[in-house]
Design a protein around this ligand. Sequence first.
Ligand SMILES: Nc1ncnc2c1ncn2[C@@H]1O[C@H](COP(=O)(O)OP(=O)(O)O)[C@@H](O)[C@H]1O
Ligand SMILES: [Mg+2]
Length: 506
Amino acid sequence: MTSNSETMESYEIISDGIVSKIDLIRVPNKFIPEYRANIPIIDEGMRAILTEVRTELIREYPQKIQMLSETSGPQLKIEFLDLVQSKLRSLVPGLADETYIELSATLLHEMFGIGVLEILDSDPNLEEVVVNDSKSNVMVYHRKYGWLESNIRIESENKIEGFAEQIGRKVGRQITTLSPLLDAQLANGDRVNATLYPISKHGNTLDIRKFRAEPWTIIDFLLSKTVSPELVAFVWQAMQYELSMIVTGGTASGKTSLLNVFLPFIPPSQRIITIEDTSELVLPSFMQWVPLITRQPNSEGKGEVTMLDLLVNSLRMRPDRLVVGEIRKKDDAQTLFEALMTGHSVYATLHAETAQQVIKRLLSEPINLPDIEVSNLDLVLTAFRQRRTGVRRVLELAEVTEHYVAGKVELKTNNLFEWKPRDDTIERTINVSQKLETKLELYSGFTHDEIKSDIIEKQKVLGWMVDKRLKTTNEIGLAASLYYAKKEELLNLVESNGDSSKLETI
Ligand SMILES: Nc1ncnc2c1ncn2[C@@H]1O[C@H](COP(=O)(O)OP(=O)(O)O)[C@@H](O)[C@H]1O
Ligand SMILES: [Mg+2]
């Protein structure tokens, strides 16, 4: 380290008992700061012993080993670690307890996991861990600092391929030269993508997108200023009265997270069906929620269940609200908008940079929906991640409006909220709502003033929820549900600034 390197932050992470100190270091003349993982070093002699233990275990417990390589049961893991430790203690007695723990966890990671990457994978501050090839260091995406270069390198292309195969085995799929792409969701929720050389020209790649154990909540996003109280109250009202919404934004801008934090505001009397490729959405446990997940075909090309299959099927399941993780294909978009036409409330994410571009994408090739169908969409909420700072904000909330030009319908968007980067605030624009308010008046029976005071009331409830730091999706869902079922009692609790534990007793 040169004298003017600067340590930005240090912390410890624990992975199956292996404790590693992490230093985040800004290095002069380097564009990307360093993620230095101080992981235990295992010398040659000890490696030889681990190899011996491995051979013995495969010989003595073939069934257990087979099961561990195909599943990921925590109990099996513990049994394995115990076995390795007792073998090590008899082979090399007298080491420190933590050394046995480190060695057994290392063998576990090598045999059934993704080796040293398991350690990075257990850092809750990381969103993503990527291997680009065996010639460069593993890169990580840190929640606070963005991309960092780690001091870890996977030493050979074979080894990266081995990890990809290992991941494939756990999800019942194969990655081979003939089928060199793998996309999978692991039992812990992580999403993994792997590609093999020469499809990836520089070498084999691995991309691990980590699943957050604790999903984001609207309270987190209010506290981090990703959203503003008035905007949340506005979307809440729109959701209450069954208006439909698409959440858009660039890659990893936070679309799915943003959609998810609003779902607890759906009235609890309604039946919700969610459709996703990988399971990311989480709703309060007391809601009537049917999550459906697509399936890729197996290695013989059988057993595929597509998003379209699920969409068509879901319409026979009497949903009040239909939520689609991400619209990608023409057929999916068409079916979704047909559902919208036939009176379902629909929520989805779609990749685009702005509300304008959402409309354009829906209307042009390859999706090519007719204007009349797209005009049924009420709101577009745009997520945005500033590349430089990594800060995530709602960029805009727009309503979709129709204009008649020379006897033809033309769709436009009307921004109702906008993020002002200069003051970092999300503000109600001066634009008057052209369609939404008429629709709301129709659905809710409210007058213009009542719509306004309803938003103020919701903001009060949200203010209390933030003040009391409601934590879980369940708690937030409970407060939202009481707002519908026992409004007076909830408002009394809010007015009297009562404790959140009282929610249970209302
Ligand atoms: N407002 C936010 N603040 C901090 N991190 C966020 C926020 N929204 C999303 N994230 C994180 O960013 C990553 C990408 O989010 P995700 O919702 O999956 O994006 P998208 O659906 O646009 O690809 C995830 O790791 C998620 O936890
Ligand atoms: Mg997403």
